[in-house]
Design a protein around this ligand. Sequence first.
Ligand code: ZN
Length: 244
Amino acid sequence: MFRRTVRFLLSIVMLASVALAGDVVLAGTAQADGCYTWSRTLRQGSSGADVRQLQIRVSGYPGTGAVLALDGEYGPATAAAVRRFQQAYGLTADGIAGSQTFNKIYALQDNDCTPIHFTYAEMNRCNSTWTGGAVSAATARANALVNMWKLEALRHALGDRPITTSSGFRSYSCNSAAGGSSTSRHLYGDAVDLTGSLSFCTLAKEARNHGFREILGPGYPDHNDHTHVANRSSRYWSAPNCGI
Ligand SMILES: [Zn+2]
């Protein structure tokens, strides 16, 4: 009688934990997170704010030397970026953003819309307000967000090994204190200096595939102890010691 009771209680516990695990799984797939939820499948020809939100998340997959426009228009370049993102994470690579793609993005983002491995805090070691630079605080933060998604793609391409950042947004005063040039992209919030355990050349070389128009690394003046990635209107890559 006692053993039967124990067995009975054990089976209830097991059933309960299976049910609980099931709930957790369902909750993870049915509900996105505190950041952003897509409500329709997006494909070539789609346009709107939801397309632009997608473009930000796949901006690290534009193809070598390219930069994805964040224009809210789902054209061939966006489809190709989605396909590369899908391939990178082992999803069906059809270039259409449906639930499997969105669920992967939900799993990769925090509630503040940053990718899981990067934070606003590390993108701004200068001040907490994002003010005092060359653009508004909102623009500087928005630029930093796009950069974080590009860095998430870079990190994933390099085997998900940690990438450390040493400098991001700088106000004019932080920039002069750091000895940065007066036209530094750090003033716009769209430059990041990378360090960490990966070699600076490995970072500089791979960054060419992830949407950075500006890459400065070993061999470029004052860039032997980090690799700098940023954005600008035309391409400028220089890391002579890495063959770039
Ligand atoms: Zn820099």
